[in-house]
Design a protein around this ligand. Structure first.
Ligand SMILES: Cc1cc2nc3c(=O)[nH]c(=O)nc-3n(C[C@H](O)[C@H](O)[C@H](O)COP(=O)(O)O)c2cc1C
Length: 446
């Protein structure tokens, strides 16, 4: 691992020279037009290969319905011109919320979601013409061990984990969620998918990343006497059952899954880790799972890496940690390269599956050139931004109009959006969005 450094590149040559020095494969293509073309995805045609990744906003109504603040975020993204908008983690039931202001989709909040979809489509059409209709994915989740439905931890755990249990000071005898309860949660996902179809979304994502409930089952090597723990077949059962049941019971909606290609938590407590070298990533199981998802009818998926509460830099390479956080033990380019390699490896293993990676925000205005090279060489299906889209909601429109991103609009990877989320405060870009400039008072300490 190389020492951590902040972004300091004034040219792509300098960036690539640093990548070379670190022995990293960061591809590059000057011509980004491949990102701007219409593209087939899951039997549909999307307007371009530009995507907004899911970003929790902690700004829902108590009922779980989108608030005016939620709708503002999504109107900005819809006006921004991306062909794919992957809407944030939305709880399928109350005890699965990550905070009291997480979105939640139930009969009671359905009207609010339908309004959100309608507004996004109307804004997108108004800004980019009648034919512009972004593919809208809704991410469905249960927060599992990270659930805080009333603001304080109410963890639902699949297995004990010596690396993660201390985060919430879980006692060694804390009870595990039962198989019956997991089956009930499966049914809640299916019901929420049905509601998402009624609200007008094109697809639902069964969230299987970042250590939340479904993701935790994938790593549940030590869960004994359970249909959902132990061997690979059992650990992948919950995710595959949810996907299959949604396909059967809500056939009108596409199904996808955002998967942590690896948890980066040592084997046997993390998914996608090497049994012989517990700290090393090993994508053999994630690849096998992606193939099974493909067989179950998943045509595209998004990838992530890591568990934010454990090692946040694995999922989102950054310059500055959130207040109270540690400076990462690696160079952010190493994190970017790991994301690129994971998408390439999983996409390469399942040719019919379009795989969208993450972690490119740190590259600032050089992200599109790197993504264009990855797309052209079949290593990724799109240029997707998480934090970058929060800072720069119209990044797609600028790329389409100007062929480049404006350096003074890109995300600075200051981690303050993550900090707001951790504090269960409404999320926005403190640096770029005037409505959030005073969200964190200068000098405020954790
Ligand atoms: C404030 C915040 C909220 C996030 N919410 C979600 C979420 O709801 N679902 C999800 O899968 N990932 C979520 N992520 C992760 C992002 O989607 C993305 O994977 C990560 O930021 C790395 O991509 P980037 O480098 O483009 O930011 C969140 C990240 C941040 C910083």
């Amino acid at each position: 691992m190389a020492n951590h450094e902040r972004f300091r590149f004034r040219s792509v040559e300098a960036l690539r020279a640093e990548a070379g020095r670190l022995g990293l494969d960061i591809p590059w293509r000057e011509d980004v037009s491949v990102l701007l073309e219409k593209a087939p995805l899951a039997g549909r045609k999307i307007a371009n290969r530009l995507a907004v990744l899911p970003m929790e906003g902690a700004d829902a109504e108590p009922s779980g319905a989108p608030s005016e603040w939620t709708r503002r975020r999504y109107r900005r993204w819809a006006a921004g011109g991306a062909g794919l908008i992957w809407c944030e983690a939305t709880a399928v039931r109350a005890d699965g919320r990550s905070n009291p202001a997480q979105l939640m989709l139930t009969e009671g909040s359905l009207g609010g979601f339908a309004r959100l979809v309608e507004e996004m489509r109307a804004v997108a059409r108004r800004a980019h013409g009648a034919g512009h209709d972004p593919l809208l994915v809704l991410q469905l989740t249960h927060s599992g061990r990270f659930a805080k439905p009333e603001g304080t931890p109410r963890p639902l755990i699949v297995q004990h984990n010596p690396h993660l249990d201390p985060i919430h000071e879980l006692p060694p005898d804390a009870e595990l969620v039962s198989d019956d309860e997991l089956a009930a949660i499966r049914d809640d996902f299916v019901e929420a998918a049905d509601l998402a179809a009624a609200a007008g979304f094109d697809a639902v994502d069964v969230k299987a990343c970042h250590g939340y409930l479904v993701s935790e089952t994938l790593a549940a090597h030590s869960r004994e006497d359970s249909r959902y723990g132990g061997p690979f077949e059992n650990r992948t059962r919950l995710l595959l059952e949810i996907v299959r049941h949604i396909r059967e019971e809500a056939p009108g909606i596409l199904v996808t899954s955002r998967l942590s290609a690896s948890d980066a938590v040592p084997f046997p407590f993390g998914f996608g880790m090497d049994p012989d070298q517990p700290e090393r990533l090993d994508l053999a199981e994630p690849k096998a799972l992606a193939a099974l998802l493909g067989r179950a009818g998943v045509r595209f998926m998004a990838l992530s890496l890591g568990i934010p509460a454990w090692k946040p830099y694995v999922g989102r390479p950054f310059d500055r940690p959130a207040p109270g956080g540690a400076v990462p033990p690696e160079h952010p380019l190493e994190g970017v390269a790991r994301h690129l390699a994971a998408a390439a490896e999983i996409g390469g293993a399942v040719p019919d599956l379009a795989v969208i990676g993450a972690g490119l925000t740190w590259l600032r205005a050089y992200g599109p050139g790197v993504a264009a090279a990855a797309v052209t060489s079949g290593r990724s299906a799109a240029f997707a931004l998480g934090r970058g889209a929060l800072a720069y909601p119209d990044f797609a429109a600028d790329l389409i109009d100007e062929g480049r991103l404006a350096p003074d609009k890109v995300c600075t990877t200051c981690s303050l959006c993550s900090y707001l989320l951790r504090r269960q405060e409404r999320v926005g870009c403190v640096v770029r969005d005037p409505a959030f400039k005073s969200a964190i008072r200068p000098g405020r300490k954790e």
